[in-house]
Design a protein around this ligand. Structure first.
Ligand SMILES: [Zn+2]
Length: 632
């Protein structure tokens, strides 16, 4: 499908005039950009650009809507030290009064090249020993031209001796500067560069073409010696994803991974690479590894679902046109489903850990009161205003629920296909048609809409798929869609002990979970992170931000709180709390008597265990060294 020009036509005629003036010839020399990260840990990065221009009005812009972020989060507020030069003279500039990402200039007669210097304040994805360069931090380019039509030749200077990992094609080295082959602005925005003092590039799955690599940088030398469990699972993942998606849409693929407590957590998808960040010990022990297990399978899946196949509302011709997120329950939701399946098939998680993670997620969304007023589609449409923020009342607001609601939906789709075809077909058959469309290709975008989705599902097995999807996305339903789990031969039950997955997840977040019981998320010091609407805690008028300082006459601790929940079970005596609100303290009685509750999956004997079938590997995966409970 061709790029829609409608969004461009919606702009003012004045902007159109600027765009025409700014249009660069297809035969123009490429822009050049040299990113200087030689002092990256100082968090002030630099770039020099040369931009071919013609005399007259010129508008340059930088990235506003960041692909994969689905939000107007281009870091324009951190762009500083901007100077334009032509023929040795400094040129004045004026920022656009409305679009603050755009800079207007008047290029003098006789000038064919503009020299641009910019600095960027970068405080995320950087530590003392590593840095991840996403080019939207300081890339400027002519406004009004589709970014796939603008050529740019990048180079990167890094601290002496630091390694470099990227999907860009190196063409030469000049001291600490690496030069890369020209690409389009679209592909440069899509091609981050990882650099680090402690750096390793590890080839993966050597029998597979195209080639795959893990590029890893950590804060200490031993960090990059990843455990054999992790590397075996990652090699398995390359095989399993290839089998599941029956195609590739990249020339080579680089998993870029930072292991740092300072560079931040991240998961950002690209066509030929992914920008992944976990803590320094994120994969160093079983406890951390199981919680982070789906990160790489999720971001890798996006190369097919999200980057190659992209909802038309997100397939914008440039990064100024607003993105529409209404199909994010496919872009992110199906990726969440597939990423979790691939994590289990590849051995990042055991089948038991897969079920425990699924139970925890399903229980969370089945206890989400905000679903009484807001449907799942609205969380997708509202994606750009729902990320992050304070957890207070987030269960009533809802967040980016299209991820996990999408996972439950696509599990429902997968198990429905299996049931309708007597297990002869599955979501794999849909994926062959949908993300395998066109066979193997290089990186490119093939947009789709809702109708194509329903039509392709009907090619797999006839059904009212449009009605099926529409109902599940747009209907208000106080309960989560647990049909896929039930078709899969399991049901969600509540037990009095958390699963080991939930324990690991809670301890990483320093959380105490009374969510499914009294209706509270607490931090370890008793601060209430959130109160579940319609719960006993809600009826007791507890509020996020308050701090529980006393429980049944004792000072608060995780143990006294859990003991109080246990003692109150079956009794009529309320749990007596002392609660601090700002500088005031109050006694509050919590009338909750059903004991501790944690979600789990229970097998429904006598029904087909489709859920077990779904996580069986498609290839001859290598066993994970030292792992228990690997039986599929
Ligand atoms: Zn994602």
């Amino acid at each position: 499908m061709p790029w829609s020009i409608a969004p461009l036509l919606r702009r003012t005629s004045a902007m159109l005039a600027i765009m025409i003036a700014a249009t660069i010839s297809a035969f123009a020399a490429p822009i050049t950009i040299t990113a200087d990260l030689s002092e990256a840990p100082r968090k002030l990065w630099h770039a020099d650009m040369t931009i071919p221009v013609q005399p007259g009005a010129l508008t340059l812009t930088t990235v506003k809507w960041v692909p994969g972020n689905h939000r107007p989060t281009g870091p324009i507020d951190q762009l500083t030290g901007i100077v334009f030069h032509a023929n040795g003279k400094t040129l004045p500039w004026r920022r656009d009064d409305v679009d603050l990402y755009a800079f207007h200039l008047d290029v003098p007669k006789g000038v064919s090249t503009l020299d641009v210097h910019v600095d960027a304040i970068v405080t995320a994805r950087v530590s003392d020993k590593l840095a991840m360069l996403e080019w939207e931090k300081f890339m400027l380019y002519p406004a009004g031209t589709p970014v796939r039509d603008i050529q740019i030749q990048p180079s990167v200077k890094v601290p002496s001796g630091w390694g470099v990992g990227t999907a860009l094609t190196p063409t030469g080295k000049d001291g600490d500067t690496t030069h890369f082959a020209p690409v389009t602005v679209e592909m440069l925005e899509d091609s981050p560069v990882l650099t680090g003092k402690y750096f390793k590039e590890i080839p993966l799955a050597p029998d597979v073409t195209p080639k795959h690599f893990l590029d890893v940088a950590g804060d200490a030398p031993e960090d990059v010696d990843l455990r054999p469990q992790f590397l075996t699972a990652l090699n398995n993942l390359v095989h399993e994803a290839g089998a599941m998606y029956s195609s590739h849409h990249y020339n080579s693929y680089h998993f870029l991974l930072t292991l740092s407590d300072y560079a931040g957590g991240e998961g950002l998808e690209h066509h030929q690479s992914s920008d992944n960040g976990v803590g320094e010990k994120g994969y160093a022990d079983d406890q951390h590894a199981v919680v982070e297990a789906d990160l790489l399978p999720h971001e890798f899946t996006h190369s097919w679902n999200g980057k190659y196949r992209r909802p038309e509302g997100l397939a914008t011709p440039d990064y100024t046109t607003p993105m529409r997120g209404d199909l994010l329950w496919v872009y992110e939701g199906m990726t969440q489903y597939l990423g979790d399946i691939l994590a289990a098939r590849s051995g990042f998680r055991t089948p038991e850990q897969y079920r425990e993670a699924l139970a925890y997620m399903a229980g969370t969304y089945d206890n989400r009161p905000g679903r009484n007023w807001r449907n799942t589609e609205d969380t997708a449409i509202s994606a750009s205003i729902l990320r992050g923020g304070n957890p207070a009342w987030s269960n009533w607001r809802r967040g980016q629920d299209y991820y996990d609601e999408g996972e439950l939906l696509w599990l429902d789709v997968d198990t429905t296909i299996r049931q309708l075809t007597h297990n002869q077909k599955s979501l794999h058959d849909f994926l062959v048609l949908f993300v395998g469309k066109g066979g193997d290709t290089g990186p490119m975008v093939v947009p789709y809409n809702f109708d194509e989705l329903a039509k392709t599902l009907n090619e797999v097995v006839p059904n009212d798929w449009a009605g099926f999807l529409h109902e599940r996305i747009t209907t208000l339903n106080p309960h989560a869609n647990l049909a896929g789990i039930e078709h899969g031969g399991y049901k969600v039950v509540y037990t009095d002990k958390p699963s080991s997955y939930e324990r690991d997840a809670l301890s990483m977040r320093s959380n105490i979970d009374a969510w499914f019981s009294a209706g509270l998320h607490l931090t370890h010091d008793g601060t209430i992170a959130d109160v579940r609407v319609y719960s006993a805690a809600d009826e007791a008028k507890l509020a996020p931000g308050e701090k529980v300082i006393g429980v049944n006459g004792r000072t608060f601790s995780a143990d006294t709180f859990h003991d109080a929940l246990k003692q109150a079970k079956g009794s009529t005596e309320p749990i007596h709390l002392i609660v601090q609100s700002d500088t005031y303290i109050y006694p509050i009685d919590l009338n909750y008597h059903d004991g501790e509750k944690y979600p789990a999956l229970q097998r429904v004997e006598g029904t087909p265990a489709l859920l077990d079938d779904i996580i069986k590997p498609m290839t001859a995966v290598q066993p994970i060294p030292g792992a228990k409970n690997q039986g599929y």
